[in-house]
Structures are given as C-alpha cells and as structure tokens.
Ligand binder design. Structure first.
Ligand SMILES: *Cc1c(COP(=O)(O)O)cnc(C)c1O
Length: 389
C-alpha cells in the first residue's frame, strides 16, 4: 500500500489489539512486564528482543504516541518525555560533551534560553546566538567545537520565520546536528526533516494536546541519534507518563482538523487587526505584510495559530489592553481550544534588557494571541472592544 496521508496516520497508527479486541486503544498503566522464562528475560535485557521491560524504557501507550509522531514528521524513531523541556534537556544532555558549542537562533522559548545560558555552562557548553535576519552570516559563528545548530520556526512570540532548508544545508556542510523545535507549527503544518533537520522536538503540551490538559514532549529523528537519546533517557528517567501518552495519542487523531480551524480563525483575526486604527502592526506568517511571507508559504501548509500585534501606546497600552479583555484568557499556555492573550514585555520577556527585547521583535505594546476554536466573531468582538479602551 502507498504511504498514507498524515490525517490517516494520526488516526490509524495503533498498537496491537489486546485479547479483548477493543476498537479504541486502551490505557496500559503498568510499570513493568513479565517474561516467559529465564532465557526470555536474559535475551530481553541483552537487547536481543524488541519488547517492553519496564515503563521507564518503553510502554505501549508511549510507543503508539511516538510512532504516530514519527509517521507524521517522516522520522525513523523517537522517544516521549514528561514535558517539552525534558525533551530539550535530554536531547542536548545525550548528544553533547563538555566543552561543546551550540549555534542557536536568538528567538527561542524562554526556558530553552535559560537552559543554554545558565545550566549548560555548568558543563562548559556554550551557546552563540544569531538574529533571525542573520542566517546567511552564521557560518562565521561556527567554531571547531560546535556540535549543534538549533532553531524554532515560527518563533515565539514575534512569529518570524527561519529558512529551515538553508540552516540544514549549513549544518550539513559543517557536519553539525540540526535540531528544530517544531512546537508552533506541529507536524501538520511543517515537517522539518523534509528540509534536512536531523532531529525534531515538540512540546506536546501545546497544540498536540490542544486542550490544556497534560504536559508532554517528544524528540524524533534518525535512528542513530535517537538511540543515544533513548539510552540516556532510559537510565535517567524523564519518561512520559502512559496516561499522558494515551491522552496525547488520542489528541493526535484530531490534530489536523483542529489545527486547520485554528489557522482559519487566526488568519481572520490577523486580517481584522491589520485594519484597526489602534494597531501599529500585525505579524502573522500568512499575511502578505509579513516580512517572510513567501518563505512561510513555501515552508508551511498554513500560518499557525499565533498572531502578534502592537497596540499603539507602548507598554502601558499593552497592559491596559489585557485588562480590558473579557472573553479571552490571560494565561501562559498556547495552542488551547480557548484563545489566550499575553503581553510579553511585562511577563515572559520582562527580565530581558530593552535592547535584547527589541532584537527579538518584542516591542512595549506587543501582544501575542494564541487563537483558539471559539467562534471567530466572538474572538474578534472581544479584541475589538478591548482595543477601544
Ligand atoms: C512550551 C514550549 C516548550 C516547553 O514545553 P513544556 O511542555 O512546557 O515543557 C518548548 N518550546 C516551545 C516553542 C514551547 O512553546
């Protein structure tokens, strides 16, 4: 049979049925598994057999979740983690040695940046950042001890787009591992491995869960790299709980339809905001006004669910806007069915200097909207009344 479409893989990838022939996959809450005899046990521990031994290593629910993500991302293998950050931590901890060096996009998730700046230096691993408009200059940042190029696209919160094909080419030329955090796009909108990425990381907490219930993370990619990450994880214990894996595997069944609708709503919200006189600018990858509109169209199926815009009047206006919001949530999550607004300059990015903030595109009045699945007219009405305040 020919390769199936991503929607079908998300629904029909399923672990073997049990003796009860259930239609929907059951939840396997078990910490360990039994062996037939002494020889079976010996061979299993010697990795001569592929089977479940202990749920820190593998579990049927985790395997199903990982296999779905692998099929959707076009990856060989993967491992599921308790959170997006444990996926980020374990991936780097498994692959890097002391004195290694990372070249990373400057616009990355806050905790990932804290990990690079404050935790990895304990092992003398350093990071050099490039600005999103400096991709062509990054070869100058590569050192003899550089091991990884790291990027997110679209970025948070300014929704800039990085050229993944170009970054992959540079990584290949210098024999580096290219890792992409694909959380904002999901495998439905963008498959970085197709553009040459070696590994893809997801925080499954966001659009993959999509309903703000559980934390989860996953790293997928080449079998060779995943084997190293697996051996690190199996001995250090960041495994995803089988319950969360069961939830997340169910969530993947509806990911394509949910993301499709999120993007449809987001484009309407972005178009409305662009026409509003109290808005200085709107950033959304699939608006013609976006600086990387052409690249976004090539790289992504749709524009994603995050819209960034600047309220006229700076930090105070941004805060006043948030205080006037009635329906949308003020929350730290994103990719939920519920629309969420945040004001990065006074919250997630408040610790940065103004100069660093502006370099990552975060102006005082910048507001980030994670557009949800409420009726789009109700989302727009709430944003509209708050903009009049
Ligand atoms: C949320 C997020 C993470 C971290 O994931 P958790 O599941 O919260 O640990 C990493 N990268 C990006 C882009 C995120 O949005």
């Amino acid at each position: 049979m020919s390769a199936k479409h991503i929607e079908t893989e998300a629904i029909r990838t399923q672990i073997d049925r049990s003796q009860f022939l259930e239609h929907s996959n059951p939840l396997y809450l078990t910490s360990s598994y039994v062996f037939e005899d002494a020889e079976d046990m010996r061979a299993s521990f010697a990795d001569e057999k592929e089977r479940n031994i202990y749920s820190r290593y593998s579990n049927p629910n985790n395997s199903e979740f990982v296999e779905k993500i692998c099929k959707m991302e076009g990856a060989e293998q993967g491992y599921a983690f308790a959170s997006g950050m444990s996926a980020v931590f374990s991936t780097f901890a498994a692959l890097l040695n002391s004195d290694d060096h990372i070249v990373s996009s400057q616009s990355i998730f806050g905790s990932t940046q804290t990990f690079f700046d404050n935790i990895l230096p304990k092992w003398n691993i350093s990071t050099t950042y490039f600005k999103i408009d400096e991709v062509d200059k990054i070869e100058h940042l590569i050192q003899p001890n550089t091991k990884v190029i790291y990027a997110e696209s679209p970025t948070n919160p300014a929704v800039d787009i990085l050229d993944l094909k170009r970054l992959a080419q540079i990584a290949k030329n210098h024999n580096l591992i290219f890792i992409v955090d694909n959380c904002f796009a999901t495998p439905y909108l963008q498959q970085p491995i197709k553009y040459g990425a070696d590994l893809v990381i997801h925080s499954a907490t966001k659009l993959i869960d999509g309903q703000g219930r559980v934390l989860g993370g996953v790293t997928v990619g080449s079998a060779e790299l995943i084997q190293k990450i697996y051996l690190f994880a199996r001995n250090t214990g960041p495994a995803l709980s089988p319950f969360n894996a069961w939830i997340l595997s169910k969530s993947l069944e509806t990911l394509p339809v949910r993301v499709e609708k999120h993007c449809e709503n987001a484009l309407k919200v972005a178009t409305f905001l662009e026409s509003h006189s109290n808005v200085n600018f709107v950033k959304y990858p699939f608006l013609k006004s976006h600086p990387q509109f052409e690249l976004a169209k090539q790289q992504m199926k749709l524009g994603g669910n995050v819209v960034a815009f600047e309220v006229k009047g700076g930090v105070d206006a941004g805060r006043r806007f948030l205080n006037s919001i009635k329906l949308l949530s003020l929350s730290a999550n994103l990719g939920d069915t519920r629309s969420i607004v945040t004001h990065p300059a006074s919250t997630t990015h408040a610790k940065l200097s103004e100069e660093d903030r502006l370099q990552t595109g975060i102006t005082g009045g910048l507001v980030r909207v994670s557009v949800g699945l409420e009726h789009v007219e109700d989302i727009i009405n709430d944003l509209s009344q708050a903009l009049e305040q």
